[in-house]
Design a protein around this ligand. Structure first.
Ligand code: HEC
Ligand code: HEC
Length: 504
């Protein structure tokens, strides 16, 4: 995935030579590692991956502002107890800090992160909530199994050019209603999920179109949704954002709701990382350990590296493809396998068994703030993830040795946590067997590096250099979070609190 705009990056060596000639002392002396990295940066065209996009919306623009209010409104939850932000809060890395999300029917709907519990105890959502940061940079697909997918995957287009396949259309076929980009297309689906936002009671047995129409009518205060909100100032908001005088029926459609939400998400562009500064020539932007980690990351296993950029490459550090990695499978699963609690990943979309247990390579931008990791949130730390690559079978064994889900903050206080997901280990074993099989056949891009403890730490340090400082700074994130003194256009704004009752 390449960025649209090219940034002018001074070549390292000429710059150093000229500064030495000019008697400039400010320029740090390049270490041997800097020189080696310079070759990698040149060979792999990494400057192209760190430049800013100029095609994404700004949060101060009218549509993202409207989208933010919708993203935080519980009115899009069938029974007013879940909003998009429930699982994607900026302060929680654009995710929810949980292994598996708790959407509807939480004990306290406004409590996000650790401590959020379903009234019946266990989370009902089978996959980890990925970050919504930098969603505008995906050109291939969204979701762990890419079930929202650009047909042509044009670079820099965010799916806008060639049509988008969604769960509402057949595999490989564009959904005529998908909207203008991947973010808008994706935003049509959480509201239709009983576990995430809808509840099983709201519009029970209705198709996706009927669910969306009802919610739009609720927001627009017309037709079947009329009077469902005690306070309703949405028409004013929509007319301002779309610069339109149209009626609620014409303006407050689900298409426009999804468009605005998508623009809000696309304004969350957090790519100014220490690593990008380094690639652009600031030798002091990252530490010596991070530099060693970078070398490992971008060097193939058979050349002494860790081979990570085989799959984690481009602006987002994702090839947009699907791979078998065999992280532990925990939770209720997607209804797959003999016991119904497995998750076949990409195979669910392609119907091709070759894609079983393959998941879309996640982005690594801001990965330090998006724990837990993997499609079911089973690894809690970056070190655990890196050790999985070194020895997948050993790392999985260690995961169950440590107590499986019982070691995860979300489950550790559940009395019978050891009995929650009895097939977790055997399901994971099947994924490990698939990985071994792919390796035997030479079709896996996953080769295990030999790394000592120091190198593991260096790789983790490099991953931490992929964090935009804004995502760790509450005042910087302010622009993406409505003021908690307000309740929004409909009195349903989710002003999130943590388990201690403080506002996020
Ligand atoms: C109950 C938690 C929950 C709620 C509420 C929720 N999401 Fe998500 N979101 C998830 C999970 C889980 C996934 C991954 C699902 C999968 O891949 O199968 C996801 C995936 C996404 C993605 C794809 C990210 C990527 O990199 O592939 C986007 C974008 C997103 N959600 C936006 C939204 C929007 C917009 C809303 C509101 C309309 C919303 N979410 C509501 C849990 C939630
Ligand atoms: C063969 C392709 C491939 C290679 C090589 C690879 N990864 Fe991954 N990576 C993936 C996929 C696919 C996932 C998601 C797996 C899952 O959820 O089951 C993932 C997940 C991750 C995650 C968790 C991210 C998140 O948000 O959940 C991290 C961190 C990570 N990889 C780092 C690395 C590092 C470091 C290396 C090199 C040692 C590496 N990866 C090598 C494909 C790859």
């Amino acid at each position: 995935m390449k960025k649209i705009q090219q940034s002018p990056k001074a070549l390292l060596l000429p710059l150093l030579v000229s500064s030495v000639l000019a008697g400039c002392v400010a320029e740090p002396e390049p270490t041997e590692t800097d020189l080696e990295l310079d070759v990698i940066i040149e060979d792999q065209d990494l400057e192209e991956t760190v430049s800013e996009s100029d095609t994404l919306p700004q949060i101060s623009d009218p549509l993202p502002q409207l989208g933010m209010k919708l993203f935080y409104s519980k009115s899009l939850g069938g029974e007013f107890d879940s909003a998009c932000v429930t699982c994607h809060h900026p302060v929680l890395g654009g995710g929810d800090d949980l292994s598996l999300p708790v959407g509807v029917e939480a004990v306290n709907p406004d409590l996000l992160g650790q401590g959020r519990e379903h009234v019946d105890g266990l989370p009902l959502v089978p996959r980890n909530a990925p970050t919504v940061f930098n969603v505008g940079l995906w050109d291939t697909s969204l979701f762990w199994d890419s079930r929202v997918e650009s047909i042509g995957k044009e670079e820099g287009a965010n799916g806008a050019l060639s049509g988008i396949r969604t769960p509402d259309s057949d595999f490989g076929v564009a959904d005529a209603d998908a909207g203008t980009n991947l973010a808008a297309a994706q935003a049509r689906f959480p509201v239709t999920s009983a576990e995430e936002m809808k509840t099983s009671r709201f519009e029970a047995d209705s198709d996706n179109a009927a669910i969306r129409d009802h919610l739009a009518a609720r927001i627009g205060d017309y037709g079947e949704g009329e009077g469902e909100l005690d306070t309703n100032e949405w028409l004013t908001e929509f007319q301002a954002a779309f610069a339109s005088a149209e009626s609620a029926e014409d303006l407050i459609t689900f298409d426009n709701i999804a468009l605005a939400i998508g623009e809000y998400e696309r304004s969350m562009n957090f790519v100014d990382t220490p690593w990008s500064l380094y690639v652009e020539g600031d030798l002091d932007a990252i530490t010596a350990d991070q530099k060693e980690g970078a070398k490992l990351f971008f060097t193939a296993v058979n050349e002494g590296g860790a081979g990570c950029s085989n799959c984690h490459n481009g602006t987002l550090f994702s090839d947009g493809n699907h791979h078998t990695i065999a992280f532990p499978q925990i939770g209720p699963g997607k209804g797959d396998g003999a016991t119904g609690d497995d998750d076949f990943g990409r195979e669910r979309e392609t119907s091709n068994p070759i894609d079983r247990y393959r998941f879309r390579t996640p982005s690594l931008l801001n990965v330090a703030v998006t724990a837990p990791y993997g499609h079911s949130g089973s690894y809690q730390t970056l070190e655990q993830v890196v050790r999985h690559y070194v020895n997948p079978r050993g790392a999985v064994g260690a995961f169950y040795q440590r107590g499986g889900v019982c070691q995860l903050p979300q489950f550790e206080n559940i009395d019978n946590c050891g009995e929650l997901y009895p097939n977790s280990e055997s399901n994971t074993e099947l994924a490990l067997a698939k990985l071994a099989n792919e390796r035997n056949q030479g079709v896996s891009l996953f080769a295990s590096p030999r790394l000592n403890d120091q190198q593991v730490q260096q790789l983790v340090a490099f991953l931490e250099a992929l964090t935009d400082p804004c995502v760790e700074d509450r005042s910087c994130l302010d622009a993406w979070i409505p003021d908690a003194d307000t309740t929004g256009p409909d009195g349903q704004q989710l002003n999130a609190v943590n388990e201690n009752g403080g506002f996020l």
